[in-house]
Every structure is written in C-alpha cells, then in structure tokens.
Design a binder for this molecule. Structure first.
Ligand code: FES
Length: 58
C-alpha cells in the first residue's frame, strides 16, 4: 500500500535533523543535500530512543 511506511529506523535520544526534501543519501536524516532547494531539515528532539516509520517522499 502506498501510504504504508517502507521501513523503520530507531533514533537515539538527543537532537536529530530530519530531511524534508527527500534528497538525503542518509534519509530520513538530513545530509545537507537540500542546499539550493529552498528547503531545510526539521529539528527533532527525542527524550529516549524512539523507533519511527520512514517513508521517503516521491
Ligand atoms: S538533505 Fe533533505 S532537508 Fe537536508
């Protein structure tokens, strides 16, 4: 199904910068590939290790 997450990732507690542009080689984490796209990462602060669903934007 197209709305189902492709995979999951477990992130450690702390601050993460999540890719919103879909170009990151390290998706869902931002790797700086958004430069020139007019987009930027979203800051995510976790209190504890957390597993999140990952679905790369088309
Ligand atoms: S690489 Fe996608 S937001 Fe930074």
């Amino acid at each position: 199904m197209s709305d189902k997450a492709d995979q999951e990732i477990t992130l450690e507690a702390g601050t993460h910068f999540m890719c919103t542009c879909g170009k990151s080689e390290n998706y869902p984490l931002c790797d700086g590939a958004h430069k020139g796209l007019g987009k930027g990462p979203e800051k995510l602060v976790l209190e504890e290790p957390t597993t999140i669903p990952v679905k790369k934007p088309e």
